[in-house]
Every structure is written in C-alpha cells, then in structure tokens.
Design a protein around this ligand. Structure first.
Ligand code: ADP
Ligand code: MG
Length: 426
C-alpha cells in the first residue's frame, strides 16, 4: 500500500530550523487586590518554545506523518505550514496550494450555516464562487449533512463540524493536504471514508501531511514520520522506525511514572488477607514482574516474555507446596490461572526465603492493565498459606495493530476447495 520513498521527486515542503515561541503571562491574578497591584507592575511574560529548531522536507506525492505526545508542537507546526502562524526563526517554503484541516473552528464561523461556511471556507482556500458552486453538492454529500446544511454551525456536534471541514478541505483539491487529528473525531464509517480519500490523494501524486496520535494509522499510511517531543524533532524515518522510537520513549516514561507511584503507595500496602490463610507458616513477601533479562518492569509489549516472580518466606519446613497464579482482564474477568501442580512442576520442600518464577512465554495479552493473583497452597490444594487475590497488576502497551479483544491468539487459517463447479472451470 505504501509507496517507496520518493527520492527523485522534488520537495514541496521545506522546513529549516523552524522555531516558534509563545508568550505566557507570568502570574495569574485571582484576587481583586492582586489585580490592582498588577496594574502598577509591568506585565511579565515567559517565553515558551513550542517548536525548537525543527527541520524536515516533504517530497511531492509523499504521505508524511507527524506524531508525538500532547503538547509536542504538532498542531503549531501544521498551523505554520498552513500560514496561520508565522515562524519566529527559521524558514518555511511551500510549493503549491495548501488545503488545511486544522483544529475545530479554524477558518469557520459558528454563527453561519453549514452552507455559508462551505462558501466561506472555500474562499479562504482560494476557490472562486463558481468553483465552489460546482463542488457544493459533492461536499455536502460527502459530509452527510444534507439535512442540517442550513443550520448554524454552532448547533452541529463536533463530529458534524469535522465532517464539514474535512469535506471542504478534500474537495478544494489542492496539492498539499494538511490534516490535524482528522481521525480522532467522527465515527468509524467516516474515518473509513477519510482514509479512502487519502488513498485517492496519494494516487493523484498529491502530498498529505497527517498529524495523528493514532500510531497505528500513522504506521499504516505514512511513508515517513517525523516524531516531535517538546517541540524538537527526535527522529525522521520510515513509519515503522519512527513509531517504534515513539513507543519506546513512552514506555520509558511510563516506567518512571510507575516507579514514582509505587514509591508514594508504599505505605498503604497493608495487605488484607481475603481467604483464611496460614501466613505465619509461609508468606508471599513480594511479587514482581520481570523481563527476560530479569529486570523489574511494569509495562510490557504483547509477545514479550513476562516473568512473574513470587518471593516467599517459609518460617517452618513446608512439604510440597503448590504455587499458583491468576490473570484477570482490566475489568476483572478471570482469564486463566496455572499452578505448579497442574503444570507437573514439583516443589519438594521450602524452608527460609526464596522465590518461584512463572514465565509467561511470549505473553498473548493485548493493550491494557491486567490484574494478577499469586497464591501458595498446601499439597491437597484446599488451604492456602497465602492468597493475594488480584493484588498486583501489570500493563501491556497498546501497540499491536489489527488485533482486537484481550489476547492475541496463536492461530492459522486454511482454505480447501472440496468441489469445483463446472462454471468455474475453464
Ligand atoms: P500538539 O498539537 O502536539 O498537542 P500544540 O502545537 O497544540 O501541541 O502545542 C504545543 C505547545 O504550545 C503546548 O504546550 C501548548 O500549550 C502551546 N501552545 C499552543 N498554542 C499556543 C498559543 N496560541 N499560545 C500559547 N501557547 C500555545
Ligand atoms: Mg494538536
């Protein structure tokens, strides 16, 4: 579906060392007295770099993605490409007409009807009235807003506004389409239509710049992706490489956040024993999740090995204990729960401290936070020494495309024709 990188084509967008600053007032005043005091003071501003020396080129006919966290500067960059903001430093060169679909409301008037907005926005995009007349029906049809076209825009839902804005942008038929989070709103049917339009654009050798927080969409459609972080370009590479870098960065950040949370939760970890147990004899002292190099982690990717390490302290000699684990969906639905007995893994004797590892080989879980139970039973399996029901959790990062549900099923397909009807045999 993707075309090869367009080395030979000319650059239609050239951005060099682009920086954009925003001024933010230094202090907020929430008292009356404060505002009087402030009248006397000179207002001070903090300069904030929304874009910091960003450089890249987009080639003719390329499907170019921009990804990054909230606040990384994606929309600001697109607005500069659309000519809505000027750059503070650096250069922006654009060859050809640009059709932007930006954040809601840009280039539209809430007090006007859908119909008037088509004309307003069309003319903002440089279309003559006659051209808009010709495209009008198609725009309305594409937007599926026939019945509402004479209502004021402010009475539209945000999804309806998006459909209208997107339809005008598409039918303006410019050389370069700038799309900011168009797929974030609107129903799946409309999203499909958008994606079809993108394909049509790409076939017509037009250029699409797509900003999306949906990395699956970006990966699927974009030839190359620019990853922004705090206004800087981090990587500009093939879609797969850029998305992987993004996922990796997010993972590291989430790990950090998790560690902080864990630290602050340390004191409320007074466990309650849900089933009657014999912790005085044998206790679970700790449960950890590790990666295959035995580094503690809280966030994993689908398909990675997860080691659940159950540390224990046996205060007396325990014969043939059974270690068990349980996995639950984020909603608390029990998925599965192997134990050492059903797995024929015999633990002869415990005394003192140690740990037992249960490795989930190539974990099948899809994105979400899973609950986890750890328990140790006596030989007959009825009485737990310690039973920590759903006291732990681990998270699977949402980075698998085209996978639905809770687990990724190890599976294959087969098709066999039993009968060949005459009409199909030539
Ligand atoms: P993104 O689209 O990646 O979420 P934005 O480009 O919207 O990021 O914003 C980048 C940063 O610039 C954010 O911290 C945002 O608060 C700030 N910002 C954006 N527009 C303005 C503005 N008009 N005035 C002040 N700050 C702004
Ligand atoms: Mg944005």
């Amino acid at each position: 579906m993707k075309s090869k990188v367009h080395q030979k084509r000319e650059a239609v967008i050239k951005v060099e060392n682009l920086s954009k600053n925003f001024k933010i007032p230094h202090e907020k005043t929430d008292t009356l007295r404060g505002s009087f005091v402030n009248l006397l003071k000179k207002k001070t501003y903090e300069s904030f770099k929304a874009l910091n020396k960003v450089s890249f080129e987009v080639k003719e006919g390329e499907f170019f993605g921009i990804i990054g966290r909230n606040g990384s500067g994606k929309s600001t960059l697109l607005k500069i490409l659309a000519g809505i903001y000027g750059p503070d430093q650096g250069k922006v060169e654009i060859k050809g007409g640009v059709s932007p679909f930006l954040e809601l409301g840009v280039g539209f008037n809430m007090e006007l009807s859908g119909r008037d907005n088509i004309y307003l926005n069309g003319s903002v995009l440089g279309l003559k009235k006659k051209e808009i007349d010709e495209k009008y029906d198609a725009i309305v049809e594409f937007s599926e807003l026939n019945r509402f076209i004479d209502q004021k825009l402010k009475n539209y839902s945000s999804g309806m506004q998006v459909r209208l804005a997107f339809s005008v942008a598409i039918y303006a038929n410019k050389d370069i389409l700038l799309m900011d989070e168009v797929l974030a709103v609107g129903d799946s049917n409309f999203q499909r239509k958008c994606l079809e339009e993108f394909q049509r654009y790409r076939k017509a050798r037009k250029t699409v710049v797509l900003v999306s927080h949906d990395i699956d969409v970006a990966r699927k459609f974009c030839d190359r992706i620019l990853l922004l972080d705090k206004g800087r370009n981090i990587i500009l590479d093939t879609a797969d490489k850029a998305v992987n870098e993004y996922v990796k960065r997010n993972m590291i950040d989430e790990e950090k956040r998790f560690k902080k949370e864990k630290q602050s939760n340390k004191d409320d970890s007074k466990h309650t024993n849900k089933r009657g147990s014999d912790r005085d004899k044998l206790e679970i002292t700790k449960v950890e999740f590790l990666d295959s190099s035995e580094n503690p982690k809280q966030i994993f990717k689908t398909g990675e090995d997860i080691i659940a390490r159950i540390s224990y302290n046996a205060k007396e000699k325990i014969e043939k204990p059974i270690f068990g684990v349980g996995f639950y969906t984020p909603e608390g639905v029990y998925i599965t729960g192997p134990n050492t007995q059903t797995s024929y893994f015999l633990i002869k004797k415990l005394a003192g401290k140690g740990f037992v590892d249960c490795t989930i080989i190539k974990n099948p879980f899809l994105g979400g936070t899973y609950q986890f139970t750890a328990a140790i039973f006596n030989t007959n399996g009825f009485l737990p020494y310690d039973f920590r029901e759903r006291e732990y959790e681990f998270t699977i990062l949402e980075n698998e495309k085209n996978q639905y549900g809770v687990i990724k099923l190890n599976h294959k397909w087969k098709h066999e024709k039993i009968e060949k009807p005459d009409l199909m045999v030539k």
